[in-house]
Design a protein around this ligand. Structure first.
Ligand code: ADP
Ligand code: MG
Length: 464
């Protein structure tokens, strides 16, 4: 290693170790964590090693035997490059201090290490549970999955640069892009993989401006081999951040580094995203994830049951899979609740329990606007019936009202394009996209129409 990683990142041993501890915490059970890692602390860091203080000799051996790979990976993730770990035993009565993990015995030197004091915002937080092996593939996501695997196998060397995964919330985007990171690290542990939400990228950037460290910020992000940036819809209306990202993007791309992005909506629906960014995005591959079909939902539930080693009857799983359609996170949440109740309250995992949990999740909330309400009010405003919005007719005024209702449903609710399409007489998601585009075009061109839509929106807001 020719540069001092720690200095490059301006981190203290303490902040690095805190981050490592957090990653470890996410990957082992809390009991083990509290026993073996909570009592540890970092003493110093250099470009060669990090020195960790542990209560006694037994800790070194236990951690080394049971968790060395995990710790090493967490460190590599945090610093971007592997460093050696040295253990230092606090309890003087026990032998051999400082203790060295593995065969780095002869590297122990008590050199003075300069400790930079500015806390680094540059962490990567890849959850080791998000891997390809536990990602269930179905028609709704197989294309995204295949692209993600290809990128993970040879980052920067495929035509999929950037790879952009978009789709509704809770459909596995974060899981997929973190799986790319995990896979790339596994294949080559020295790959500099950074995962951050776009929100984190933005706040790092703002901090860098405030602390006069924009150069460091840029250098850091540009040093990645694989940059995973989640939820880029967050860049909407953030001109300065977009500009910085644009330069980062160009730099990485020119140097053959891989960029993977996610968005909760199609790229052309991202508000106020600079044209030049959008055109860059089109250099690569844009893939979507859709809500999973019934079989996939069931497979996800079965897989999760297997992981938890609790037996849940098939009819209960099917009930969940039939009733929770839109969102994998919700589906998993329901199962987790059932597992928790079965484990902690000796409840029976039966249909009755499943029903009560589903009704809790699906409980209509008065403050949430439904697609039905949007259809009702839109129809009224255009002097039509709701049925006409669902019908096959292509009469001009009906089409226009239908498109407005679809547009508002996308803007004002969390539903996916597919779900919205289903509400309008089973139209598919491309029809919804087309509707949204055409409304947006009209909004730009026609000020009367714009006022009409604004007042409809206010009205809907009032009637929530
Ligand atoms: P998003 O980022 O799209 O909002 P996440 O990646 O956070 O969604 O997924 C939500 C939850 O659902 C996570 O726990 C994830 O592991 C799980 N999940 C989503 N899709 C799948 C899938 N196809 N197979 C297994 N788990 C999935
Ligand atoms: Mg996500």
């Amino acid at each position: 290693m020719d540069t001092n990683v720690a200095e490059k990142l301006s981190v203290t041993a303490e902040t690095v170790w805190q981050n490592v501890q957090e990653i470890i915490k996410e990957n082992i059970n809390i009991r083990s964590y509290n026993t073996w890692f909570a009592p540890t602390r970092a003493v110093e860091i250099s470009d060669q090693h990090i020195r960790i203080s542990v209560p006694n000799r037994f800790f070194c051996e236990w951690i080394d035997n049971h968790y060395s790979k995990l710790v090493q990976n967490a460190l590599t993730q945090t610093l971007g490059e592997p460093v050696h770990i040295q253990y230092q035993v606090e309890d003087e009565s026990m032998p051999s201090s400082p203790y060295q993990a593995n065969d780095w015995q002869n590297e122990v030197k008590k050199e003075e290490v300069k400790q930079p004091t500015i806390q680094s915002p540059y962490y990567t937080r890849i959850n080791e549970r998000y891997i390809f092996e536990n990602f269930i593939v179905g028609d709704s996501n197989n294309f995204a999955y295949a692209a993600a695997r290809a990128v993970a196998d040879s980052p920067g060397k495929t035509n999929y640069n950037p790879l952009i995964v978009y789709g509704g919330t809770g459909l596995g985007k974060t899981h997929l892009i973190q799986a790319i990171g995990n896979q790339a690290i596994q294949k080559n542990p020295s790959t500099k993989v950074y995962y951050a939400s776009s929100e984190t990228f933005t706040s790092h950037f703002i901090n860098a401006i405030q602390q006069n460290k924009v150069a460091e910020f840029s250098a850091f992000y540009r040093s990645c081999d694989l940059l995973l940036l989640d939820d880029i819809q967050f860049f909407s209306n953030k001109g300065k951040t977009q500009e910085e990202f644009f330069h980062t993007f160009n730099d990485l791309h020119q140097n053959g580094k891989q960029i993977v992005l996610t968005s909760d909506r199609p790229i052309n629906e991202l508000n106020d995203l600079e044209e030049r960014l959008i055109s860059r995005f089109k250099w690569g591959l844009i893939v979507d994830v859709q809500p999973p079909d019934f079989e996939t939902r069931l497979a996800i539930l079965r897989n999760k049951c297997d992981e938890s080693e609790l037996a849940i009857p098939g009819d209960v799983l099917e009930y969940l899979a039939v009733n929770l359609m839109d969102n994998v996170r919700e589906l998993e949440g329901a199962l987790t609740k059932i597992l928790a109740q079965v484990t902690f309250t000796s409840a029976e995992p039966n249909l009755e329990l499943a029903r009560s949990i589903v009704s809790e999740i699906a409980k209509p909330d008065r403050t949430i606007l439904t697609i039905e309400t949007i259809m009702e009010h839109t129809a009224k405003m255009f002097d039509l019936s709701e049925d006409q919005l669902r019908a096959k007719t292509r009469k001009k005024d009906v089409v226009r009202a239908r498109q407005v209702a679809m547009y508002l449903a996308k803007q004002l609710t969390q539903h996916s394009l597919v779900t919205i399409g289903l509400h309008f007489g089973g139209r598919d998601h491309s029809t919804v996209i087309h509707a949204i585009e055409s409304v947006e075009k009209n909004l730009k061109a026609d000020s009367v129409f714009r006022q009409q839509i604004e007042s409809l929106k206010k009205h809907l807001d009032y009637n929530r």
